[in-house]
Design a protein. Structure first.
Length: 619
């Protein structure tokens, strides 16, 4: 290195000489590489620069071009910068590039370059700093962050980061899709702006509880969707700290739990409510009795209700019809009482009501209101009447418990049930008969023809008036059990399947249960049950045989078969009187009592078929 010194002043020359040696010492001993380039070749490099590239100083000074130390991919950038400086542009900047060490390894350097004139020639000079370690560390961090972002973006979980000010600093794609908003629309906004007001304190407190000692927790709260829908999310939250342990950010990983919360709510509701009627169940009712026993709501009215005739409906029309009646009763009960009253189903056909703050007058009026509502319902729905026995009592003060009041109300209800049982069942039986008549016009004609045949047989046999009356009643109501058979089976135009046959055969048992519930029909209930038994024991439902079958049932079986054969049916046309007699004789001793068959045949030996029968027989 040469310096141009002023020779006119020895003092100045000494000062400049000292400055030169000091400057050179500082450059030579510097921890930063230094270079000077002119015409593509190094004029000067210090020891540190040689170390950075793995050369000696002399080896670098003898290189053909400084570009030997530059990675081929970065040489165009260096040449462009150098050209701009040589052209007179005042460019002095720091930039990063890749260098090549003597052994071929890549070294990352930060380069500062500038151009100055020296002896009238431009010289490129500057500093070089080895940043390989920091660069690789930053690159590793960048790659790590890219990988993290890639993983986060691919997650279906909701991932968010929250700054200390409570605003979003990051959300993944799942959050954007979930909230229906863009990334830019979410970032920077307060987290609580997406949380309903009622849940905001819960969410804020959960964040505040995070600290270096307890860095994570879980919280569940609702979220507001853009369309106004409210959904539930569960968040696993964690505090993010810096090297000193100070919290710098919060990260939460969430998932939608709306369906789970709905299921939990439903399970909770079911634990307190009757699944069929939606009323409170017995467990909740008893818990409320304990609560009200404290006396704060005295007086407390207690009403007991029992749905009359439910077993008859279940036996005759099936449990689905009974369930429908229970649901209707529940609707009427809820309509008649206040929202503060506790209306519960406490048994199969039993309901109970607690009326806080109701004295005797108010409780009695509530019972009247219930009876009026039931009467109005029955006037609008005559198909299946709803009858309910009701009893009530009032706990005035702490002199007795609600349990004692409940027992008293139950006793009153039971006494009313005893008085109304016969009328209620008779009303249901009458309704069932009307229902059967409306559903099955063929059965109605069949009943009339059967009664006519009974009169013909009774005339020849000379039966008593009582026997004739009972047989006519049996002929009229022997098929009442068909009210419990579905229309699809009752009116099927072809043979029944084995499963359908089983359902059809149940009409004997259903008819038996209905008849037992009616004082007028109870005497013929056993005959209804057994009118499809066979002489040889192959009938149903009991499989009894011979004279174990009541005489009335055996007579009806013959008359019923004759009318069926000689009448049009859904799956075939009527047959003649002669064909019917031939069929009955063929089945004598198996299906029918053989002695009765002989007597029946003799009934028509000297007379034509009954007039009612002739009208329906083919010519």
């Amino acid at each position: 290195m040469r310096l141009h010194l002023n020779r006119g002043n020895e003092g100045s020359r000494e000062i400049l000489r000292n400055i030169y040696y000091l400057y050179r010492f500082l450059i030579e001993k510097s921890l930063t590489g230094y270079y000077m380039v002119q015409n593509e070749k190094f004029l000067y490099v210090n020891e540190r620069l040689a170390q950075i590239f793995g050369y000696t100083v002399d080896e670098i000074l003898q290189l053909d071009t400084y570009q030997t130390l530059i990675h081929p991919d970065d040489r165009p950038k260096v040449l462009e910068q150098a050209s701009l400086r040589k052209a007179g542009f005042d460019i002095s900047s720091v930039y990063t590039l890749r260098g090549l060490k003597k052994n071929g390894d890549v070294v990352f350097v930060e380069l500062m370059a500038s151009v100055n004139l020296f002896w009238g020639q431009p010289i490129l000079h500057g500093n070089v700093v080895d940043i390989t370690k920091s660069y690789l560390a930053q690159e590793a961090l960048r790659v790590s962050e890219e990988r993290y972002r890639g993983i986060v973006e691919d997650q279906t979980d909701l991932i968010i980061r929250i700054g200390l000010n409570g605003n979003f600093t990051f959300v993944n794609g799942a959050v954007c899709r979930y909230l229906g908003r863009s990334y830019d629309d979410i970032i920077g906004r307060p987290v609580i702006s997406f949380i309903p007001l009622a849940d905001q304190r819960l969410a804020i407190e959960a964040i505040k509880r995070l600290n270096p000692q307890n860095p994570s927790n879980t919280v569940e709260h609702r979220l507001l969707m853009p369309n106004g829908e409210v959904r539930w999310a569960q968040w696993n939250q964690r505090a993010i700290t810096d090297g000193s342990g100070a919290i710098v950010e919060y990260q939460s990983v969430g998932r939608d739990i709306t369906e789970r919360k709905a299921l939990e709510d439903e399970l909770k509701r079911l634990s307190l409510h009757d699944s069929l009627t939606g009323l409170y169940n017995r467990a909740y009712f008893e818990a409320e009795m304990v609560r009200l026993d404290a006396g704060r709501d005295d007086p407390v009215g207690v009403i007991m209700c029992d749905l009359d005739g439910l077993k008859l409906i279940n036996d005759s029309m099936g449990h689905s019809a009974g369930d429908d009646l229970l649901r209707e009763a529940a609707i009427l009960l809820k309509r008649c009482f206040r929202a503060s009253d506790v209306v519960a189903r406490i048994g199969g056909d039993e309901f109970a009501v607690l009326l806080p703050g109701s004295n005797i007058s108010a409780t009695r009026e509530a019972c009247k209101r219930l009876r009026r509502t039931i009467a109005e319902y029955n006037s609008r729905n005559p198909d299946i009447p709803l009858s309910m026995s009701v009893g009530y009592s009032v706990r005035q003060n702490a002199d007795r418990t609600l349990s004692q009041a409940l027992v008293e109300a139950d006793n009153y209800m039971y006494r009313e049930k005893l008085h109304s049982r016969t009328s209620a069942r008779s009303a249901i039986v009458k309704t069932l008969l009307n229902t059967l008549s409306k559903r099955d016009l063929i059965a109605e004609d069949h009943s009339e023809r059967m009664q006519h045949l009974v009169m013909e047989w009774s005339r020849v046999w000379g039966l008593s008036e009582q026997t004739i009356s009972d047989l006519r009643l049996l002929a009229q109501f022997h098929d009442i059990g068909k009210v419990g058979v579905p229309d699809a089976i009752l009116f099927k135009p072809g043979p029944l399947t084995p499963e359908e046959t089983v359902v059809m055969q149940r009409h004997c048992e259903i008819g038996y249960q209905i008849a037992l519930s009616s004082p007028d029909l109870a005497p013929i209930a056993d005959w209804i049950l057994k009118h499809h038994e066979w002489w040889n024991g192959q009938g149903y439902p009991l499989g009894i045989k011979g004279e174990d079958i009541p005489l009335e049932s055996r007579i009806l079986a013959i008359l019923d078969a004759y009318d069926v054969i000689t009448s049009d049916r859904p799956f075939r046309k009527a047959r003649t009187h002669e064909e019917a007699i031939e069929e009955l004789q063929r089945c004598a001793g198996t299906q029918f009592d053989p002695v009765l068959i002989q007597q029946f045949v003799k009934l028509f030996e000297d007379s034509s078929p009954p007039a009612a029968q002739r009208e329906s027989s083919p010519e």
